[in-house]
Design a protein around this ligand. Structure first.
Ligand SMILES: C[S@@+](CC[C@H](N)C(=O)[O-])C[C@H]1O[C@@H](n2cnc3c(N)ncnc32)[C@H](O)[C@@H]1O
Length: 382
């Protein structure tokens, strides 16, 4: 049986009755659970809580939204100015989520959640629109099969389920592992595609401490049970890096494994990864100093920086470092005379160079000043 069919059948059943085998205990913030109907809460198959890391006003996409619990929590965190979209491929899960959305909306006083049908490795294809088209033009032979393929491609372009650069935060709770091995690369590319520049992914998933051997990968029961498709901890982080993300960090890693199979530990991990390091580099005479505590750091563009030294960075890197997750680790030094972006020359970001203070102040800078009035006259005054 194809793993995707096994996954769909297992979660179709899990939408009707709670399957305890699929549950991994998570401490959600109880204040957000009060408005969520019991049938949603009891059919919780998550392994972490990415909603903890959301902010007011954000547009959020939840991959594999199941009965909708993370979407309904996120709806309250982002508030009436924010929006939440859940995507799932299983009709029974979408059914439970959709019938509870108006109940939650009434209880919180606004409706900002919707559920769409799609496969998370192909977020452009709206499966309900495709269903409608195929009802009108059923597949009966090779020619109509090929025509349907063309139609799907047209739908992806003209009516994408989730448009390019449209989401502030992609979240997911215990789903990425369920995607077939051959579609995993495309899955991470899709997460990258739908995020806005400056957006981020916050993903909770099951990861393992050793590669899963072939005989376990071929077990559909273990696959749909969030075991066989798990990436290794390093493989999970690498997949985000390969897709073009930066600033990837582990937000939470459970010390105790959720399950151990043939000596391999499977545990929950939540990570965060940012989109926005791509693009041209310009010289605006800015400098940064890495504050420590490590002696040296290496960023996702291969800039290697030693603690306490003053480095030349391009305008793009300067902007990235000023935001999460880097901002608290650096000091920022603007040039005395600003270089406007329109006048800025290209900057070679492939090397890391030190920046002499004279470059920041100007070669002719020779001021002598009195002590600045920095203190209140107390004993600590220098
Ligand atoms: C383990 S459950 C997690 C559900 C939900 N995130 C939660 O926290 O309860 C996995 C969900 O992902 C959905 N799913 C699995 N693979 C998928 C895929 N490739 N595309 C879309 N949905 C998928 C399943 O239908 C199911 O609802």
């Amino acid at each position: 049986m194809r793993t995707e069919t096994a996954v769909k059948e297992r979660y179709a059943a899990g939408a009707q009755t709670r399957e305890t085998e699929l549950c991994c205990p998570v401490d959600y913030d109880p204040q957000y659970l009060k408005v969520i109907p019991e049938e949603v809460i009891e059919r919780d198959y998550g392994c972490g809580d990415p909603s903890k890391y959301l902010r007011s006003g954000e547009t959020v996409l939840d991959l594999g939204s199941g009965t909708g619990k993370i979407c309904f929590i996120a709806a309250q965190v982002v508030g009436p100015r924010g929006r939440v979209i859940g995507v799932d491929m299983t009709d029974e899960m979408l059914g439970v989520a959709r019938r509870n959305a108006p109940v939650v909306a009434e209880r919180i006083g606004y409706a900002n959640v919707e559920f769409r049908k799609g496969r998370i490795q192909d977020l452009a294809l709206d499966l309900e629109r495709l269903d409608e088209e195929l009802k009108a033009n059923p597949i009966s032979d090779a020619a109509s099969f090929l025509a349907a393929d063309g139609l799907a491609e047209e739908l992806r372009i003209k009516h994408p389920l989730v448009a390019d650069d449209s989401v502030d935060v992609v979240v997911s709770n215990c789903v990425l592992n369920l995607v077939e091995a051959k579609a995993k690369r495309q899955l991470f590319e899709e997460i990258f595609r739908v995020l806005k520049r400056g957006g981020r992914a916050v993903i909770s998933d099951i990861v393992c401490d050793e590669e899963v051997p072939a005989h376990l990968q071929n077990d559909p029961e273990l696959w749909s049970g969030c075991i066989s498709g798990a990436l290794t901890e390093q493989g999970f982080l690498d997949a985000f890096e390969r897709a073009g993300f930066y600033g990837i960090q582990i937000l939470k890693r459970d010390a105790a494994p959720w399950r151990t199979v043939e000596g391999i530990e499977f545990r929950s991990l939540t990570l965060e990864a940012f989109k926005g390091k791509q693009g041209p580099c310009f010289e605006r005479n800015q400098a940064v100093v890495y504050k420590g505590p490590f002696k040296e750091v290496l960023d996702d563009d291969n800039h290697r920086m030693q603690r306490g030294l003053r480095y030349a960075v391009c305008d793009k890197t300067y902007g990235l470092y000023k935001k999460a997750p880097y901002a608290t680790h650096f000091e920022f030094i603007d040039p005395l005379e600003e270089v406007s972006l329109s006048e800025a020359k290209p900057f070679d970001c492939s090397r890391t160079a030190l920046r002499h203070p004279k470059e920041t102040k100007g070669q002719d800078y020779s001021a002598t000043t009195a002590a600045s009035q920095c203190c209140d006259g107390g004993a600590s005054c220098c």
